[in-house]
Every structure is written in structure tokens, then in C-alpha cells.
Design a protein around this ligand. Structure first.
Ligand SMILES: Nc1ncnc2c1ncn2[C@@H]1O[C@H](COP(=O)(O)OP(=O)(O)OP(=O)(O)O)[C@@H](O)[C@H]1O
Ligand SMILES: [Mg+2]
Length: 374
């Protein structure tokens, strides 16, 4: 599925991928037909499973890989023939590779000296960027004398010190433990807000993508499946891949019975009928996968208001502190999950109970069929 984002005006666009393809072996397309506009000042994340083409796309933008076809524009100008060091792009990678024999200050001065800045400008800028990442007192340390998070902050400072218009980050927090990673996510996000620099960020961690980004582009097999702000991506997935990849998702397989306007009726395997939003369906008789978020399912009395009402047998409770995940057998599926805030859970509910449950039409999306083997 190729996608041109037409909502951004031409002057708002900093980077434009136009029909970009990449093959490493001349046979298989790793990036199939990338059409993507990145807006000035936005935080855009490329999210997708391993091998989906995220790094390849970023490397083409950085200039370390050449597109097999198509064009990449930066500020309205084709950069296909511009070498990496002339693209004015800052970069941070997972193995941030600070120069070990240089102090923090020398590491930060390096990109400025190679650009020919004079000594006093270099020293001013290094000071400024060090205070920006709150490492003022660390200027004379060597990388080996810093923690992982501090090293990552130096790497970030080094990508920003020459004030590029665009910063690329490829899994920059992958090597950090969870707590530090979450801390750095907020730091990078706030830094982005303060500086207004355009960031293209790559991760395969959906929580990270949803936390940090203005928009997220979901990659799968070299194609963008959907590009949208985090909330839209979660609440309004356009296809089954995105519905499954972002967040938790109950799937029910059936066939399209009828279709009227933006609603449709889907018949499940045992003849149950579900009224759903017709998001990505074919013709009557064709297979459909329904997608329902676990927090959108009501149990017991709360289900009485729902258009779609069924019953489920409780199979398991999974306590997660603030909420409970209840696994039920519903419509022939034994891995149907319902998420309940702990305060709303009926304390009398037990494994083996059969309970009424339901969901509203606006919370069930009829999407392209997923073969269960996948
Ligand atoms: N230099 C290369 N030569 C040949 N094939 C490559 C090269 N770099 C990447 N590939 C292949 O291209 C595909 C996409 O790789 P890419 O690194 O872009 O994926 P990714 O989405 O960044 O994955 P990950 O999340 O694992 O980093 C993979 O199948 C990979 O094996
Ligand atoms: Mg990668």
C-alpha cells in the first residue's frame, strides 16, 4: 500500500520520499514504494517488526544507502547525489560509538571542527549543548567514565551540536535498561519540543513510539501500512496488521453478510452475527477479521446497553495490579481477553462462570482477513 500524505502543505514539508525503492540484491525489494512527507519540526517514528525496512529507509535519508529507484528531497531539493556529510543531518545510533580516546568536550567539538568553526565558537557551542543535556560538569571525562545513559546523552548532544535541521535516531535507547530508557524517552521528547528540530526516530518498541511521536509510520515488509498520530493508530487501525501490531487485540474471523454505509454485518463461524464498522472489507461472502480492543468489552450488566451481545465462559484471571485481564471463551475462541479496571471487577466472578458480555458497534472494526497461521 503506497501512501502520499496530502494533508501537509508543500512549505511545511522538510523531507519527501517519492516512489523510493531499495533492493540489495537486485531481486527482492526491501523498501517497496515509499511515498512519505515528513513535516518541519515533527517527531516522526518508523515502527515495525524486525526486517521491515526501517533502518534501510533511514540510511537512504542519511545518505549511507542509495535508493534503487525514486527520489528523496530535503527542503525541496533532491539529495540523491548529495554525500552524507553535506546533508546537514545529525545522527544517533544504538551503539552510539563516542570516540573513546577523546573527552566529552572533544567528542562534541569534533563535528564543529570538521565544519571549520573557529575555536571560540566551538567552545561556546559545546558549553551550550552540554548544559542542554545536563552534563556541564562532565566535559573532561572520557566515555568509559560515564554511565550508559550519560553516554547516550553525549551522543545526542553530538548529533545536535552543529544545529542540524534534521536528526535521525535508530534505536538509540536499545542498549539501556527499562528505567533509563523511559527516562531518556521523556528527555528526548522534551528536547525536541524545546528545539523544534525535525526528528525521524526508528524503533520496534510500540510503547516508545506511542509515547514520543507526533506521528508513527507502521512498516511491514517494506511498506507503510498506516501513518497517523498515536491515538488514531490505536483507536482506528486501517488493517489487521496494524490492529495486531499496536496494542492488544481480539480477533474474530467471519464472513461479510451485508454492508450498508459505514456499517456492516459479519457472520461468525457458528452463525453468530456481529454489527461492526466496515473499515476494510470486500464483498458479501468474503472473509473478514473483526478487531475488538480488550478494554472495549463490557461484562455482566454493563453489556446490556451493547448492540453486540454474547456470552463467555471465564477461563483465567491475570492480575496486573491496577487492572485484571480476564481470558474467556467467546464465540468459539478460547483466547478472548477482556480488560477490567480492578475497581470494576465483580469480586464474585470465578473461573468456569458463564457471563453476558458485549461491545458497541463503534468499537468493533471489520478488517481484512488474517490467516490464523500468521
Ligand atoms: N547491507 C545489506 N545487504 C543485504 N541485505 C540487507 C542489508 N541491510 C539490510 N538488509 C536486509 O533488508 C531487510 C530490511 O532490513 P532493515 O535493517 O532495514 O530492517 P529493520 O526494519 O531496521 O529491522 P530491525 O528492527 O531488525 O533493525 C532485512 O531482511 C535485512 O536482512
Ligand atoms: Mg533496524
Amino acid at each position: 500500500m503506497s501512501q502520499v500524505d496530502s494533508s501537509a502543505g508543500a512549505s511545511d514539508v522538510l523531507v519527501s520520499f517519492r516512489g523510493v525503492q531499495k533492493s540489495y540484491d537486485g531481486e527482492n525489494l526491501i523498501v517497496k514504494d515509499l511515498n512519505l512527507d515528513i513535516r518541519k519540526g515533527e517527531f516522526l517514528t518508523l515502527l515495525g517488526p524486525s526486517g521491515s525496512g526501517k533502518t534501510t529507509s533511514l540510511m537512504m535519508l542519511a545518505g549511507f544507502e542509495t535508493p534503487t529507484a525514486g527520489e528523496i528531497q530535503l527542503a525541496g531539493r533532491s539529495i540523491n547525489n548529495v554525500p552524507p556529510h553535506k546533508r546537514d543531518i545529525g545522527m544517533v545510533f544504538q551503539n552510539y560509538a563516542l570516540f573513546p580516546h577523546m573527552t566529552v568536550a572533544e567528542n562534541l567539538a569534533f563535528p564543529l571542527t570538521v565544519r571549520g568553526l573557529n575555536k571560540s565558537d566551538v567552545s561556546d557551542r559545546v558549553k551550550r549543548v552540554l548544559s542542554m543535556v545536563q552534563l556541564d560538569t562532565f566535559a573532561q571525562r572520557y566515555p568509559a567514565q560515564l554511565s550508559g545513559g550519560q553516554q547516550q546523552r553525549v551522543a545526542l548532544a553530538r548529533a545536535l551540536v552543529f544545529e542540524p535541521q534534521l536528526v535521525l535516531m535508530d534505536e538509540p535507547l536499545g542498549a539501556l535498561d527499562k528505567q533509563l530508557r523511559e527516562h531518556m524517552q521523556m528527555e528526548i521528547k522534551h528536547l525536541h519540543q524545546r528545539l523544534g528540530v525535525t526528528v525521524v526516530y526508528v524503533t520496534h518498541d510500540q510503547g516508545e513510539a506511542l509515547t514520543m511521536s507526533d506521528r508513527v509510520a507502521v512498516f511491514h515488509q517494506g511498506e507503510i501500512q498506516q501513518i497517523a498520530p498515536p491515538r488514531t493508530l490505536y483507536e482506528e487501525p486501517k488493517n489487521t496488521f496494524v490492529a495486531n501490531f499496536i496494542g492488544e487485540n481480539n480477533r474474530l474471523n467471519g464472513r461479510l453478510h451485508s454492508h450498508t454505509g459505514d456499517r456492516c454485518l459479519v457472520e461468525l463461524g457458528r452463525g453468530e452475527k456481529v454489527e461492526a464498522l466496515a473499515v476494510n472489507v470486500g464483498k458479501p461472502g468474503e472473509p473478514v477479521t473483526l478487531s475488538i480492543r480488550p478494554e472495549r468489552v463490557s461484562l455482566n450488566g454493563a453489556s446490556e446497553q451493547c448492540v453486540n451481545r454474547f456470552s463467555g465462559r471465564v477461563a483465567e484471571f491475570i492480575y496486573l495490579g491496577d487492572h485484571v485481564r480476564v481470558r474467556l471463551e467467546v464465540c468459539g475462541k478460547n483466547d478472548f481477553f477482556v480488560k477490567q479496571p480492578i475497581a470494576e471487577l465483580d469480586p464474585g466472578l470465578a473461573v468456569g462462570d458463564v457471563v453476558p458480555l458485549g461491545w458497541q458497534v463503534e468499537h468493533v472494526r471489520a478488517l481484512d482477513p488474517l490467516l490464523e497461521a500468521n
